[in-house]
Design a binder for this molecule. Structure first.
Ligand code: GLN
Length: 498
C-alpha cells in the first residue's frame, strides 16, 4: 500500500500495520501531519510536529521492544476542551487564548499511555456551547461533505477531521449531543458513554452533571478500541467517575466478526422506537434514512417495538435551564485573575472583571451565563432550576419505563441534515431546537451513539441514534458493529476529499 492510502485506514487497520512492522508510527504520523497542515476546513486549532513526532518515536520504540497493544502508534487529535501540557488549550474561546495547562486531562493521559500519538487540538464551539461549531471564537468549521455547511457542534472540529481523513480518530465531549450530532452530520461514528464512565478531570467544564467524554471515529470497532482506553474510574480526581473497572469493549466485537454469528446475529434484540422521535418535527429525508437503517437491523434479527418518551419536548427547556445554570457557575473562574483573559485597561477591580469577561466571552457564552445566573437567583430558583431538576428526574424515569419493553432505543440524531454556516447564527432558539433528539438521554445520563445510516437531502449524511441503558456501551457498540458488518455507510468518504 502506498503512503497516500494510509489515511483511508481506520484505527484497527493502522494498528495492525504498525504491529506487523509494515509501517512505522513516525511514517504514519508524518503522513497525517502533512494532511493536517494542508487542511482548510478550520478543524485544527493547534499542531506541533515536533511534539507529535517525538510521541511517534516513543511508540516505535515500544513496538520495536515487542510491545503489542491495540492503539500503539496510531495518531488521534483531541477536542480543544481537553487540557494538554504539550499543546495550548482554548476551549474555542478568546478567554483562554494561548493558555497552557500544567497537566494533561485523564482521558488524554490514558490514550497517550496506550501509545496514541497526538496530532493536535481540534476546533469546537466556545466552551462546548453550540450545535454548529459556529460559536468558536477562532473560526467556523466547514463540513467536508459540503463546505458551505456546518459539521455540527460542539465537537465539530473532531467530526470534520475524522470525516475528512485528517485523523483516524478524535476525542469529543457530549453535554447535550455534542458527540452524536456532529458525528451524524459528518457521516462518522461516535459514542457518548454513560455519565461518569470516563473521567472529566481536565475537561474544561461546561455543565458538570452532563459533561462526558467519548470517542469519534469511522467505525464502532474503532470507537470501542478508544473507549476501552478512555473509560475507567478516576477516584482521586473525578468523584463522579464511576467505580467500574475499564472494559475491553473491542474484544466482543472482534470475536463477533471472526466467528460469523450467522445471518441473524441480532436475534432477540428488541429495539424501541419512541413515537416522539418519529413525528412531524423530523424532516422526511432523515426519517427515510433512519427507517432504512432500522430495516437492516430487522434483517439482522432485531425486532422493532413502539415505545413512548412522553416528556421529550420538555427536554429542550429543561436542558437550557440546567446547562446554563451549571455553566454560569463553572465559568465564574474566568475572571482575569484565577483564569483567562485580562483586559489591558481598567479602573477598579469590578471594572477589571467586567471588561475582562466582556472581552473574553463570546455571545453564546455570555447568553448562557446570564440565563444561568437568572435561573439560580433568589426568587427564580424554585420556579426554574428546581422545576427543571424535577422534570429531569421524570425524563430519566420515562427511559426506564421504555427499557422494560426494549433493550436499545433508536431514532434520528438530528431532525435535519447539516445546515448552512450562518443560517442559525442569529437565532439561538433554532440552534437549541436542533438538539431535540439528543438532550433527553443526556439529561438521564444514558449512553448514546450515532451510526452512519445513509444520506438525506443534498447527499448529506444522516446518523442513526442508538441509546442504551446505563453501562450498556458494549451492547450499543456490538449492535452498531453488526450493522456496520452488513452495510458500508460508515466507509463512505466525502467527495471534497483531496
Ligand atoms: N448543542 C448543545 C448545547 O449547545 C449541546 C452541546 C454539548 O453537548 N456540548 O449546549
Amino acid at each position: 500500500m502506498s503512503q497516500q492510502d494510509l489515511h483511508d485506514l481506520g484505527v484497527a487497520q493502522l494498528a495492525a500495520k504498525l504491529a506487523a512492522g509494515e509501517v512505522s508510527s513516525v511514517e504514519v504520523t508524518q503522513h497525517f501531519l502533512k494532511r493536517v497542515q494542508g487542511e482548510a476546513l478550520g478543524a485544527f486549532l493547534a499542531t506541533d510536529a515536533d511534539v507529535s513526532l517525538a510521541q511517534a518515536k516513543a511508540a516505535d520504540a515500544r513496538l520495536a521492544a515487542g510491545e503489542r497493544s491495540p492503539l500503539l502508534g496510531v495518531p488521534l487529535a483531541h477536542k480543544d476542551v481537553f487540557v494538554t501540557r504539550d499543546f495550548p488549550t482554548t476551549a474555542g474561546s478568546k478567554m483562554l487564548e494561548n493558555y497552557r495547562s500544567p497537566f494533561d486531562a485523564t482521558v488524554v493521559s490514558q490514550l497517550g499511555g496506550a501509545g496514541m500519538v497526538t496530532l493536535g487540538k481540534l476546533n469546537c464551539d466556545e466552551f462546548a456551547m453550540g450545535s454548529g461549531n459556529d460559536n468558536s471564537a477562532y473560526k467556523p468549521v466547514q463540513n467536508p461533505w459540503d463546505l458551505s455547511r456546518v459539521p455540527g457542534g460542539s465537537s465539530g472540529g473532531s467530526a470534520a477531521a475524522v470525516a475528512a481523513r485528517l485523523v483516524p480518530a478524535a476525542t469529543g465531549t457530549d453535554t447535550g449531543g455534542s458527540i452524536r450530532q456532529p458525528a451524524s452530520l459528518t457521516g462518522i461514528t461516535g459514542i457518548k458513554p454513560t455519565y461518569g464512565r470516563c473521567s472529566r478531570y481536565g475537561m474544561v467544564a461546561f455543565a458538570s452533571s452532563l459533561d462526558q467524554a467519548g470517542p469519534m471515529a469511522r467505525s464502532a470497532l474503532d470507537c470501542a478500541l478508544l473507549l476501552s482506553a478512555m473509560a475507567g474510574p478516576d477516584p482521586d480526581r473525578d468523584s463522579t467517575s464511576l467505580d467500574l473497572p475499564a472494559v475491553d469493549y473491542a474484544a466482543d466485537l472482534i470475536a463477533a466478526s471472526a466467528s460469523g454469528t450467522g445471518a441473524t446475529p441480532l436475534k432477540g434484540l428488541r429495539i424501541g422506537l419512541p413515537t416522539q422521535f418519529f413525528g412531524a418535527g423530523c424532516s422526511p429525508d432523515v426519517l427515510a434514512a433512519v427507517r432504512g437503517a432500522l430495516g437492516e437491523f430487522e434483517k439482522l434479527g432485531a425486532t422493532l417495538v413502539d415505545v413512548s418518551l412522553p416528556l421529550t419536548e420538555l427536554s429542550i427547556p429543561v436542558y437550557y435551564v440546567i446547562a446554563p445554570a451549571e455553566a454560569s457557575s463553572n465559568l465564574s473562574r474566568f475572571d482575569g485573575v484565577r483564569y483567562g483573559h485580562r483586559a489591558a485597561n481598567y479602573g477598579d477591580l469590578t471594572d477589571m472583571y467586567k471588561k475582562s469577561r466582556s472581552e473574553g466571552f463570546g455571545d453564546e457564552a455570555t447568553r448562557r451565563i446570564m440565563i444561568g445566573t437568572y435561573v439560580l437567583s433568589h426568587g427564580y430558583y424554585d420556579a426554574y432550576y428546581l422545576k427543571a431538576q424535577k422534570i429531569r428526574r421524570l425524563i430519566a424515569q420515562d427511559f426506564q419505563k421504555a427499557f422494560t419493553q426494549c433493550d436499545i432505543i433508536a431514532g434520528p440524531v438530528s431532525p435535519t441534515v447539516a445546515w448552512k454556516i450562518g443560517e442559525k447564527s442569529d437565532d439561538p432558539v433554532a440552534n437549541y431546537l436542533a438538539d431535540i433528539y439528543t438532550l433527553s438521554s443526556s439529561l438521564a445520563g444514558l449512553p448514546g451513539m450515532s451510526v452512519p445510516a445513509g444520506f438525506g437531502a443534498g447527499g448529506l449524511p444522516v446518523g442513526l441514534q442508538l441509546i442504551g441503558n446505563y453501562f450498556k456501551e458494549g451492547q450499543l457498540l456490538g449492535a452498531a458493529h453488526q450493522f456496520q458488518l452488513a452495510t458500508d455507510w460508515h466507509q463512505k468518504a466525502p467527495g471534497t476529499l483531496a
